[in-house]
Design a protein. Structure first.
Lengths: 610, 422
């Protein structure tokens, strides 16, 4: 019988062989190949991001400049949408049925999973949210997701605070922190302090089933990270002063920067025309940004830190200090002025005043001839113009001009203090001298200074020789700011020379060109400036600080195409100082004159210029 | 020998086999619990859930096993034909009165329960084949014997195909191994393997190119082996048969197979990538198993099976739970247990004095083997997705009862072996 008994071995071998083959395959997919582990995580784990609230920004007195307000997005999971009362939902959202269907079809068609939640209608109003919330159970697939939007209760300081917006693809590829749809600070403080303000995003890993339903946290939350709240900032800006400055600058083009000299803290930074920062939040931004970007008056442009203006006569103060330090003038040096400075065929005109002129009077009356002589002497003190020019230039730079500050304001222009190289290229090496560049003596020509730099050099004079880099944030969550902003910068000029110049600036207010800025017993020191403008009417400039001996505020005011410095800029600066130091303005006539003045360029002017 | 009677059946049964059975059924139960694990229904005895029901199936199976063990050993060879006849008739009846489940008409309702006669036809067929081949006058060499033997399992297989249960029908190919053990030429296995290879090649390679390659192989083997006329005839006819086969495969593939079957085959062969459609099951199943790693994610911690990424996870794809939660170690244990089981059955079959018992034993081993090969093969992408359960593990009353009956008839026959004289 049992003839083929040996065949049990063949059959056993077949059984064993197949099992061994399967085990090899299993070893490969289970132990060697990682692909399946990743795919499994991809299937079942969802990284839920928890966005912390962005930090609040306070002004120097604790008033809120920016906080967060809840906003509601109507979300949809296309695949979950069932037959619903479309009309009811459309009425609530105030859209047509066609638009609704079109939107839903579009979301359903995209290449991503239709189980992924998508924004159906962003930022629905609070009223819509309230009515919708009650009826939401009737619309399977739809749900409301809360998030936050920036809110500016005082509607001020848009240029300093900056705005928040969605990250772009370029940033996502270079910075792994950000993902599609994330918001970040795009300008101003929001940009400079992005990291402390945003806090730390938390990630919660949840398990989901095949229908994308959440099934609890993964491994008891072992790999979850808690979100860290954004840190609050205290700005150095005085909200009341800022609001007042913005009101003074209404219907004008220009800028105001006020600094606390002892700390470098910016008290106010106005760029006119300004705008309500709430206009650039959330869906408002989409609507308003293009309009504002195309506005010929450039409201988005931060003139306070970016506009390069000639400093005009205010720059004479710097030249006086350099002249004193270099020893080419002293307190009693006299220069004559016969309606200007004459050299060969060149004349730099001056207004009629008594002659000869000493230092104090030159500041009081803003004599052009005095400074042309001083500047010429500084450069001619050295054997070569280029050497003299570089000495002069280094002094100028030590006032914080011609360079960017290590500040916390991201959009900043360095201004312009021309170089030897520039003139060599323009005129030819050795083919220019002090007379060629004499307009620098009175702050014209190639000189370009931002209002921030102007306020800062006023602050340098107020401090008698030093400054802290100007900044708008004084505390981060009660802690100190960057050490760069707490480092003093010195000029090489001796304190006694500053006192002489300050004396002159005081006289400007009491007896000189800036008498209009006088405010009873307050010892204001100032200097007017009127910058020639090839495009139109002169710019009106004024810098000042007060009180004379213990300066609490240094200010620069620049009003474009407004005429003499004394006419507009000086009263604005004076009112600002009154507001800041007295908290109350008691000169209603002056105030009203400024509030009501409309110095905007007329439409036809703009058109003819193009 | 004191225990050569019915009273001593418990002493004479092979406890190794019974223990293996109990271990696997228990493992199956726990894995079903893990596969459909639901926080809300944590009670493993809850009969509203499939793991609770599986316990019911296990307990009833044990009762069935007990009944089989107390039946007289002589009963099975004697009633092999009537049982076979009854099941063939039942299979035919199902086509007309059966309930349709997922496109196949293979279920009949008995009260609240539904059973799948195709599952039970396996043991009936096994009995009939053993009965037929154990006849003293049977010579396997005779063509008529081969034809009748083949018909015995081909007939139920064909009826099952008519029920649209192609997967279950495939299992009946297992009986070829039985015929081989009983003396069928080994060429049948080589022939079978060659058919499979040609089948795959026919689908992967262009027909003309494949024909040329086959012709070259034939010519080469004829020239290099022996230049004899008889060899030429043999080689030539093999070549012609192969060419006809590949042509018919192409024809059958294009004209006969249903679109979903074509797709499944294409996905298996790697000709088509379709992770969301036809390839979804296999893709998800491999993800579940592959993510288990060496030692697995731990019991009840498999995310893929627990959260329903793998379809049919408690029935056809139960091996995914093993692979995901117990890792490669678990795979080795389960496949190892199956190998031990198969080899134990062969060992037991070989010690039978009765040809009937031996053939039945081989039939049992072969059926279990084919189930393992196809079921685990499909979960790891090595076999087409056809819905057949993993013996003792998969959820389902019909399947568990069927394998219990199959196994315990053999246990009973083995315990009865001393009473057989020849």
């Amino acid at each position: 019988m049992n003839l083929f008994s040996d065949r049990k071995y063949v059959i056993s071998t077949i059984f064993i062989t197949l099992v061994v083959l399967y085990l090899i395959r299993l070893f490969y997919i289970q132990v060697i190949n990682d692909k399946y582990k990743l795919a499994a995580d991809d299937n079942a784990l969802r990284h839920k991001i928890e966005y912390p609230e962005r930090g609040v920004i306070y002004d120097r007195n604790g008033k809120i400049l920016v906080y967060n307000e809840a906003a509601y997005d109507l979300m949809v999971i296309p695949k979950r949408v069932k037959t619903i009362d479309t009309l009811d939902l459309c009425n609530m959202l105030q859209i047509t049925k066609e638009a609704f269907i079109q939107k839903l079809t579009k979301l359903k068609k995209q290449k991503f999973s239709s189980f992924r939640p998508e924004v159906f209608e962003g930022e629905i109003s609070l009223e819509t949210y309230a009515t919708l919330q009650e009826k939401l159970y009737k619309f399977p697939g739809f749900f409301v997701q809360a998030r936050t939007l920036r809110k500016y209760p005082m509607r001020i300081a848009p240029h300093a605070l900056g705005y928040v917006g969605e990250v772009d693809e370029k940033l996502i590829s270079s910075n792994p922190y950000y993902r599609m749809g994330d918001n970040m600070g795009l300008s101003g403080v929001e940009k400079a302090y992005e990291i402390p303000l945003r806090g730390q995003r938390g990630v919660k890993i949840v398990m989901v089933d095949v229908y994308n339903r959440e099934k609890g946290s993964f491994e008891g939350g072992k790999y979850d990270t808690a979100s860290v709240l954004g840190r609050s900032l205290t700005s150095s800006i005085d909200a009341d002063l800022q609001a007042y400055g913005e009101k003074l600058m209404q219907n004008k083009v220009g800028a105001i920067v006020a600094i606390e000299p002892s700390s470098g803290e910016i008290l106010s930074m106005v760029s006119a025309p300004t705008y309500d920062p709430n206009l650039l939040v959330g869906r408002n931004k989409k609507k308003n940004y293009p309009k504002m970007a195309l506005d010929t008056l450039k409201p988005l442009y931060n003139r306070a830190t970016m506009a390069k203006y000639p400093p005009g006569s205010t720059f004479k103060l710097v030249n006086a200090l350099i002249g004193l330090h270099e020893g080419v003038i002293n307190e009693n040096t006299l220069f004559s002025c016969s309606r200007g400075f004459h050299f060969g065929g060149l004349t730099v005109g001056c207004h009629p005043h008594a002659s000869p002129v000493n230092l104090k009077f030159s500041i009081t009356t803003s004599c052009n001839s005095y400074y042309c002589n001083t500047f010429k002497n500084i450069l001619q003190k050295y054997p070569k113009t280029a050497i003299g020019f570089n000495v002069w230039r280094n002094h100028v730079m030590s006032f914080g001009l011609g360079q960017k500050f290590p500040t916390d304001l991201p959009q900043e222009s360095s201004g312009n203090v021309p170089t030897v190289k520039y003139y060599d290229k323009y005129h030819g090496s050795g083919r220019w001298n002090a007379i060629t560049v004499i307009s620098l003596a009175i702050g014209q020509g190639e000189m370009g200074v931002t209002p921030l730099q102007m306020a800062n050099f006023c602050s340098v004079i107020a401090n008698r020789g030093w400054f802290y880099p100007p900044h708008v944030i004084k505390e981060v969550d009660g802690g100190k700011i960057d050490s760069n902003l707490r480092t003093k910068h010195y000029t090489k000029i001796e304190r006694e020379y500053f006192d002489m110049v300050v004396d002159g600036m005081r006289n400007v207010i009491t007896n000189g060109t800036g008498r209009i800025a006088q405010l009873d017993s307050l010892e204001i020191c100032g200097k007017t400036g009127t910058a020639q403008n090839p495009h139109g009417k002169d710019h009106s400039i004024f810098i000042a600080f007060a009180p004379m001996d213990k300066p609490k505020i240094a200010i620069a005011v620049y009003v474009e195409n407004a005429g003499f410095g004394a006419t507009w800029a000086a009263p604005i600066a004076s009112l600002m100082m009154e507001k800041y130091l007295r908290r109350e303005v008691k000169r209603p006539e002056m105030e009203t004159r400024i509030f009501e003045a409309n110095l905007l360029p007329k439409k036809e002017d703009w058109i003819s210029k193009k | 020998m004191a225990n050569r009677n019915n009273e001593g059946v418990l002493q004479n049964i092979d406890w190794v086999l019974v223990t293996l059975y109990l271990v696997m059924v228990t493992m199956g139960w726990f894995n079903i619990y893990a596969a459909v694990y639901n926080e809300e229904y944590k009670n493993i005895f809850d009969t509203t859930q499939s793991y609770g029901m599986q316990l019911v199936w296990i307990l009833t199976s044990l009762f069935i096993a007990f009944v089989i063990l107390v039946i007289d050993g002589e009963f099975f060879p004697r009633f092999a034909w009537p049982v076979y006849g009854a099941f063939v008739l039942l299979l035919i009846a199902v086509i007309f009165v059966g309930a349709e489940v997922k496109g196949s008409k293979s279920w009949i309702g008995v009260g609240a329960f539904r059973v799948q006669p195709a599952e039970f036809a396996k043991f009936a067929t096994n009995l009939a084949l053993a009965k037929f081949l154990s006849n003293i006058n049977i010579k396997i060499e005779k063509l008529s014997t081969k034809l009748i033997a083949s018909a015995l399992f081909a007939v139920p297989a064909l009826i099952i195909i008519l029920q649209n249960e192609t997967g279950s029908a495939l299992v009946y190919a297992a009986f070829v191994l039985v015929l081989f053990r009983e003396g069928l030429s080994g060429n049948i296995l080589i022939f079978g393997v060659a058919m499979v290879i040609l089948f795959i090649l026919a689908l992967l390679v262009d027909e003309t190119i494949l024909s040329i390659i086959l012709f070259c192989i034939a010519a080469a083997s004829f020239i290099f082996v022996r230049l004899k006329l008889s060899n030429l005839v043999i080689t030539g006819s093999i070549l012609l048969a192969s060419l006809a086969f590949i042509h018919s495969v192409d024809y059958a593939f294009v004209n006969i197979l249903e679109p979903h079957q074509k797709k499944r085959i294409n996905v298996l062969l790697g000709k088509e990538v379709d992770p969301k459609g036809a390839g979804y099951n296999v893709n998800q199943s491999m993800i579940a198993i592959g993510s288990g790693g060496l030692i697995g994610k731990g019991y009840l911690k498999g995310t893929q099976t627990k959260y329903n990424y793998v379809p049919e996870q408690s029935t056809d794809f139960i091996f995914c739970t093993v692979g995901e939660e117990w890792g490669f170690v678990g795979s080795v244990v389960v496949l190892g247990l199956f190998v031990v089981l198969l080899l134990r059955i062969i060992y037991l079959a070989e010690r039978q004095r009765s040809t009937f018992s031996r053939i039945y034993g081989y039939g049992l081993a072969s059926i279990i083997f084919v189930h393992i090969a196809i079921n685990i093969g499909m979960t790891i992408g090595l076999a087409p997705v056809v819905g057949i359960p993993l013996p003792f593990f998969s959820y389902g009353g019909s399947s568990l009862w069927s394998f219990t009956i199959l196994t315990f008839i053999f246990v009973r026959l083995d315990a009865y072996r001393f009473q057989i004289l020849r």
